[in-house]
Design a protein around this ligand. Sequence first.
Ligand SMILES: [Zn+2]
Length: 168
Amino acid sequence: MLLAFCAAPALELTVPLIMLTSARWTDYVEVMIETLQLGLSESDPWYESVLAAIEARGQAHAPYSKFKVGAAVRFSDGRIFGGANVENVSYGLTMCAERVAVYRGVFAGAGRMVELAVAVADPALPYPCGACLQVMAEFGSDFPVHLVNTDRIVHVSFSQLLPYRFTF
Ligand SMILES: [Zn+2]
C-alpha cells in the first residue's frame, strides 16, 4: 500500500498521452522497461513514434509465428496510428503491422505519411516487406523510418528502403 502510494504519482508523470489510450498497466511497465533498454529519451524526435510502435506490438495477433510486430505511422495532420500484424490460419491472408497502421490512418483521413516506426522483440531489425513498401509509396514520398529491435534503433529513410517504386 505504501509502495503504491509512493510510486504511483511519480510514474504517472511519465505516462505519455498515447499510453493512456489502450495499454494496460502491465503493458505500460513492459514498454517503459524496453524504452530504457533502448536508451529512448523523451527528447528524441522519434520518441512518440517509437513508443507507439512498441506499444502497438502488444496488440498483435500472431498465434502461428509467435512473431509480434508493431508499427506506428505519423501522418501529416500530426496523428500517429499504430498497427500490429494480424495472422490468419490461412497464412497467406496475414496482414503486416505496417499496412494495418497505414490503412487506419488513411481511413481516418489523416493525410500523408511523414514518419514510420517498426518494432520487434527480436535481435533482427524489422525491415518492412516489399508489399508494405509499395503500399506506403502510395501515401508518402520520403520520410524517416525507425527500425527497433531488442537493443537498438536504426534510422533510415523511406527512399533508402524503396529507391524505385511501381507507377504508371
Ligand atoms: Zn509487410
